[in-house]
Design a protein around this ligand. Structure first.
Ligand code: SAM
Ligand code: SF4
Ligand code: F3S
Length: 542
């Protein structure tokens, strides 16, 4: 049996002894049955942040599994912990910083344990500070270096890509790595079956890496670099595989999926794609594939009986700047594209939007909402909001509340502004006090909770298609987690062969129901019996 203990990583770290895992006792005649993978590190991937990070983690876990490593159920039993971090707000970074002590204690108990930090907290411009902030980490990898994980750990097999040339780009005063290599390695991972998908029902499908926008508050362009689209045919090929494997739902991913394709070469077959961007700076998309063409191509993948091979298609995130009429038409006309759009607005006041560098006004955003609702009646709309951005006055904040009352979103993800070092907004005064940010956040959430409840109550009595994705544990406390309200009476009793199930309808509403566990992974018709601000509760329609 060859020893595959992880190497000591990075210069300056004290040498570590080989694995402290209890040695398998050499019993004559048995040693030949002891597989080599017992000596490979058991890994645990801890993922924070957005869907893109979850997708990246699936690729890293797949690469480690392909190298022969087994997954550990938790950090405590792992020899290798990969932390895929998020830097969107200071609180996200603090979650990881706050775990350094625990990780160090685990390392003291298991000197073979290695900790890798990757994701958006690792950037080209903050390399000098990482060791101080994350003392228990042995190896730091920027998001664009993730394909090198297996090789850098000394576990490289025939399938692992070797080290690749560094490419950097200047972004304002910062140097960012580019995402050039990611489309290539993604294609290899998919082709060789090296993506450890977290679900057999729903799949993430990255279509564009990085972000070319310059929202002044945002760290993402610095951590992910400029936009790089995956080739059109490769995305469609991955979707075809997912359809053939029986996936019921696929979400196309990118920081701004709406600008997909502008960096790809023009081709005659995309001659009908014209630049129709109605807001902000012109973007040359003529003759290049766009997200609308991509949705139509994936929607066009059909089963023998003519139904969409992937019944539900979603995409996230959309920047309003790049939301074209072609995309709105594709949402309206493709049967598999779900009737839901997440369209971050961030603020309802034009001065704040300008300071945020968002490139649209509240009115032009509302114009998009009208066009969407005309083209796709009943479309569900969700958004992101930042409260307490630099210089935001009470009146300007009130205009955000006004916009929420006008649009009547189905769900709002709101957060207080958190200055991010290196971003343009970090040079503006962060002048809304923390207590006032909290007050505005609570007020906004209360306004939205009432709107969400009303919009959900409109579903009561209707029948809706639910993709069942989860078996939930039985309820354990007073608050009703099903709807986010206090329960009207004692918990519903469960029929003998029933479990508590949950899933989402096409409009992305969370729906709870009781039913047989065999419904998991299926699309069922559910009659909505009651509603709370955050979820619907229903029963199987017969
Ligand atoms: N690309 C998306 C878009 O066009 O808005 C957003 C992606 S970002 C990962 C998710 C959300 O985080 C943003 O929509 C914004 O509301 C929030 N966010 C980003 N930077 C922030 C900051 N510095 N403080 C608070 N929230 C922030
Ligand atoms: Fe950040 Fe703006 Fe890019 Fe979204 S579009 S990732 S908010 S810079
Ligand atoms: Fe966080 Fe990076 Fe996503 S900062 S939200 S993990 S792109």
């Amino acid at each position: 049996m060859t020893s595959r203990a992880l190497p000591v990583l990075d210069a300056g770290m004290a040498p570590r002894p080989a694995s402290s895992r209890p040695a398998v006792r050499a019993v004559e005649g048995l040693s030949e049955f002891v597989t080599d993978d017992l000596a490979l590190p058991r890994f645990h991937v801890w993922t924070l942040g957005c869907q893109m990070n979850h997708s990246d983690s699936e690729e890293m876990a797949g690469a480690l599994a392909a190298a022969g490593c087994a997954e550990a159920p938790g950090v405590e039993s792992a020899d290798l912990v990969v932390i895929n971090s998020c830097a969107i707000r200071e609180a996200a970074e603090q979650k990881v910083i706050g775990r350094m002590g625990v990780l160090q204690r685990l390392k003291d108990a298991n000197p073979a344990l290695r900790v890798v930090l990757t994701g958006c907290s690792v950037r080209a411009d903050n390399a000098g500070q990482l060791r101080r902030r994350y003392p228990a980490v042995d190896l730091f990898l920027r998001p664009d270096e993730e394909p090198e994980l297996v090789a850098r750990l000394g576990l490289a097999g025939a399938t692992a890509p070797g080290a690749m040339a560094e490419t950097f780009q200047r972004l304002g005063r910062s140097i960012t790595a580019t995402a050039d290599r990611l489309p290539v390695t993604r294609a290899a991972s998919v082709g060789e079956g090296r993506v450890a998908r977290g679900s057999a029902i729903h799949a993430w499908l990255p279509i564009i890496y990085g972000c070319d926008k310059s929202c002044t508050y945002c760290i993402v362009p610095f951590s992910r670099g400029p936009e790089r689209s995956r080739p059109f045919d490769e995305v469609v090929a991955e979707a075809r595989r997912l359809g053939a494997a029986g996936y019921q739902e696929v979400t196309l991913l990118g920081q701004n999926v709406n600008s997909y394709g502008h960096d790809l070469p023009a081709q005659a077959r995309f001659g009908d794609v014209r630049s129709e961007r109605t807001l902000g700076r012109h973007l040359a998309i003529d003759g290049r594939p766009d997200i609308a063409a991509l949705l139509r191509a994936i929607d066009g993948l059909r089963t023998a009986d003519g139904a969409p091979a992937i019944p539900r298609l979603r995409f996230v995130t959309s920047h309003p700047w790049d939301l074209t009429d072609r995309l709105i038409a594709a949402i309206a006309e493709c049967p598999s594209v779900c009737e839901h759009l997440h369209l971050p607005v961030q603020a309802g006041d034009d001065t704040v939007l300008r300071r945020m560098g968002r490139q649209y006004s509240a009115d032009s955003y509302l114009g998009l909402i009208t066009r969407l609702r005309v083209a796709v009646p009943g479309i569900s709309l969700t958004t992101d909001v930042i409260v307490g951005f630099c210089g935001e006055t009470v009146d300007q904040f009130e205009r955000t509340l006004e916009l929420l009352r006008t649009v009547r979103y189905d769900q709002v993800f709101a957060a207080a502004f958190s200055p991010r070092p290196g971003t343009p907004a970090a040079r503006l005064p962060d002048d809304v006090p923390a207590a006032e940010k909290r007050r505005r956040l609570n007020e906004l959430l209360a306004v939205q909770e009432a709107i969400g409840l009303e919009r959900n109550q409109a579903w009561v009595g209707r029948t809706t298609e639910v993709l069942v994705e989860q078996i939930r544990p039985p309820r354990s406390h007073d608050h009703d987690p099903e709807t986010g309200t206090e329960p009207a009476g004692s918990p519903r009793p469960l029929a003998d062969d029933h479990v508590r199930l949950s899933g989402r309808n096409r409009e992305h509403r969370l729906v709870h129901l009781d039913g047989a566990s065999t419904l998991l992974g299926g699309r069922v018709q559910v009659r909505v019996d009651r509603a709370g601000p955050y979820a619907l509760v229903g029963s199987l329609a017969v």
